[in-house]
Ligand binder design. Sequence first.
Ligand SMILES: [Zn+2]
Length: 298
Amino acid sequence: MRIGIDLGGTKIEAIAIDRDGAVRLRWRVPSPRDSYPDTLTAIVALVRSVEDEVGERGTVGVGIPGAISPATGLVKNANSTWLIGQPLADDLPRLLDRPVRFANDANCFALSEAVDGAAAGAEVVFGVIAGTGVGGGVVVHRRALAGVNAIAGEWGHNPMPAPRDGERSVPPCYCGRVGCIEQFLSGPSLARDYVASGGRALTAHDIAKSACAGDALAAAVLARYEERMARALGSVINVVDPDVIVLGGGLSNIDRLYDSVPMLWAPYVFSDTVTTRLVRAAHGDSSGVRGAAWLWDE
Ligand SMILES: [Zn+2]
């Protein structure tokens, strides 16, 4: 049995899957916000409960917002800030009395979709989560690449390629850099662009709905979003040349992206043809926790 834990900012989710990926059990509890010791206690209790219920000991993989720093062994880059600087990778294996594998939550998402999701069977997969933020992960032959700095796939904090007039004046990113892809492709960024173009304050979802319903302004803003996504993914294709790019997160619910973006990315790809497919995540919100379980794949 494989146990996956998705350590989120608002909830901790656990899943138990068997050898062929069938779900045996799924549980979630609220995240003990602002307390690292309580977070540890909650994870250990979840694992023990799952094992008691199923009656079997499992491997444990944990998806975290951020990464375990190879330099210090401590959590870094986490938006759940109470985890930053904590020795999670030491404490959890000790408390659970077994080795535990950790990965960034976007890497878990990409792994889940590569193993038995929308990109099942593909050799090279790039997973994108576009929601409140923009993250990414690379999976090759069913293995999520961590990278020597534990940042493989963190494409959202690359600068937007070939910036146009008007794209150089976006607000600075929380990461301290300027012009990050996340500043253009996150849900809040799409909403901000709509307001800056003279629209009302709407969510990304409602902008897409308005565009569908014939609102010319929403359609123009969405078209700009699609062109930016094509430009940003073009540079990904040049580096990792994935068979499939899987889109997850709230923005992945915009249907027209899957047709429009691949029609726009060719000028940014160094190739005569581009057969990379852009597809919607198959496991939705469950991809993170499934991928955490799949961190043990042998
Ligand atoms: Zn940034």
